[in-house]
Design a protein around this ligand. Structure first.
Ligand SMILES: [Zn+2]
Length: 331
């Protein structure tokens, strides 16, 4: 009995935390530009209501490079202080600052120890506050840096097409200058798209997006039922550190070992499916001692399995694109 209770309490805590951390958007709070679908809507109206961005063709390659069984992508959203932009009190800001002083260096050292690449999505103003971050990432010569907004702005809340476009242009220009090449990957801040974000991301010429959740594997985004040619490398709240350890990053539950178990479960099935596992983390969250230790345990576990390709999302998108052109996509 005591054993059951011991198991039950952390699981319940995890469930409660997940439930409370999930965004209300799309559930009961109307968002500007996104009118609710009424209960008496016709089927046509419902279809219209969900049509803006949908999942198109699955783009799982028939084979991964060099006979690999699957691909693993570790990705880090380097949001730091900007998550407290609306309430910039000194102490909460320092929780974000931790990402630059301590979290990111720990992450980079872990990746070095295991010789694996990762993708980093950095809002321009986060990079501006700590210019050494980009230098530290580039110095490794194996990581990717992608766009994650100007100020970690919530795009539907910007509610101004010209303003949104200007922020995207500025973000691309900032990173292009800082990393010496134009970034090819886009991940929307807070994974939030406005009515026009997909159009803008296409126009800007990104190779891929990583903000949607309609599948576990690479797929093409459809815009109002039309093919876009935009490769989606999907993320998911389950494979993200935020719902487990946040909000407020206050040394919260659950035990990092439980988070490790969830991630391992996600990896194990992806491995069985010969598919893809993308993990999203934040240096100011996962960079803490007990959590980075759990991440290292996961990396060691994944590396112990034969045939795991550790890649950046850019490498995966490049590969998927080539395979699609050559008709080597699973049907
Ligand atoms: Zn973010």
């Amino acid at each position: 009995m005591s054993f059951n209770l011991k198991m039950f309490v952390p699981v319940l805590a995890l469930a409660l935390r997940l439930f409370s951390a999930l965004p209300a958007a799309g559930q009961d709070q109307p968002i500007p530009g996104f009118p609710p679908i009424p209960i008496d809507a016709t089927e046509g109206q419902v279809r219209q209501g969900v049509a803006l961005v949908r999942a198109g063709q699955k783009l799982t390659p028939k084979a991964w490079p060099n006979g690999a069984r699957m691909v693993v992508c570790l990705s880090f959203d380097v949001d730091n202080e900007l998550l407290w932009r609306r309430t910039p009190l000194p102490v909460p800001l320092s929780q974000g600052e931790y990402g630059a002083t301590t979290g990111l260096p720990r992450v980079l050292e872990l990746l070095d120890r295991h010789s694996i690449p990762a993708s980093f999505y950095i809002p321009a103003m986060s990079a501006a506050l700590h210019p050494e971050m980009i230098q530290d990432i580039l110095r490794r010569k194996k990581h990717e840096i992608g766009v994650h907004g100007w100020m970690h702005e919530n795009l539907p809340m910007v509610a101004d097409v010209a303003k949104e476009e200007q922020l995207l242009t500025q973000s691309i220009e900032y990173l292009t200058k800082a990393i010496g090449k134009r970034p090819v990957g886009f991940r929307a801040p807070s994974w939030a798209f406005s009515q026009t974000t997909l159009d803008q991301v296409r126009k800007a010429g990104f190779l891929y997006d990583s903000s949607f959740m309609a599948m576990d594997e690479p797929y093409e985004l459809l815009a109002n039922g039309q093919k876009t040619g935009m490769i989606e490398l999907p993320i998911n709240w389950i494979a993200d550190d935020y719902p487990y350890y946040e909000p407020q990053a206050g040394g919260s539950l659950p035990d990092p070992q439980l988070v490790f178990e969830v991630y391992r479960g996600e990896f194990d099935l992806a491995y069985q499916e010969h598919a893809m596992f993308i993990l999203t983390m934040h240096p100011h969250i996962t960079g803490h001692r007990s959590r980075i230790a759990a991440l290292e345990k996961l990396v060691i576990y994944m590396k112990s399995k034969p045939g795991v390709w550790f890649a950046t999302l850019e490498q995966v998108a490049d590969y998927v694109k080539t395979q699609e052109k050559e008709g080597k996509i699973e049907k």
